[in-house]
Design a protein around this ligand. Structure first.
Ligand code: 5GP
Length: 206
């Protein structure tokens, strides 16, 4: 077994008010940062154009979601607007035990639950847009929702932005390229934390 395999996997949590550019960052991160795997969330919302079941989300009915959650198979779950979201527990815990790093793109409620459950395996990152005006522009530019839905998202985004200081790291997403570089640096630093590498140093102690 290589030394690197002996540390536990890290759960990287990326949260942001909607419209901050988090999905773009997490997609790019998964492609460009080595050794980072996605977690496929369950959701009860309907797929948007271009989304694929089993890749972007596992799209399930309310009944199926409830059954899976009540069976204890979710590491966290939350309601966002009218839909339920949840992170499957099995794949997450297997990854951590096997030393594989996972990127969770989840909301603040979910982030709190994961941090509480796996405190020493978690690193949390919050993404903010450079300004609220920018956020509004991005939400409208997406063109996937009607005015009422946009207003709801804006209201929620404002209150979500206040949670930034619960997180370990903050990325102000002005330029996507810069944000990826910053996320890459965070991932690299977390992988080098002495507390995580302790077990690897065992052979040096004797
Ligand atoms: P969207 O519907 O736009 O894809 O996601 C809405 C919000 O739900 C985003 O903030 C996203 O990060 C969050 N979300 C996606 N999957 C999960 C999940 O498994 N758990 C939680 N708690 N939030 C999630």
């Amino acid at each position: 077994m290589s030394l690197d395999r002996r540390r536990r996997g890290i759960i990287f949590i990326l949260s942001a008010p909607s419209g901050a550019g988090k999905t773009t960052i997490s997609r790019a991160a998964l492609q460009r940062i080595g050794g980072l795997e996605p977690s496929i969330s369950l959701t009860t919302r309907t797929p948007r154009g271009g989304e694929t079941d089993g890749i972007d989300y596992r799209f399930v009915s309310d009944e199926e979601f409830r059954r899976i959650r009540d069976a204890g198979e979710l590491a966290e779950s939350a309601q966002v607007f009218d839909a339920h979201y949840g992170t499957p527990r099995g794949p997450l815990e297997r990854a951590v035990a096997e030393g594989r790093d996972i990127l969770l793109d989840i909301d603040i409620q979910g982030a709190r639950q994961i941090r509480r459950c796996y405190p020493s395996d978690t690193a949390t990152i919050f993404v903010l847009p450079p300004s609220f005006g920018e956020l509004e522009q991005r939400l409208r530019g997406r063109g996937t929702e009607d005015e009422a839905a946009i207003q709801r998202r804006l209201k929620r985004a404002r209150s979500e932005a206040e949670a930034w200081n619960e997180y370990d790291y903050l990325i102000i997403n002005a330029r996507i390229e810069d944000s990826i570089v910053q996320l890459d640096a965070i991932v690299a630093a977390e992988r080098m934390r002495a507390a995580r590498l302790g077990p690897e140093l065992e052979p040096w102690r004797s």
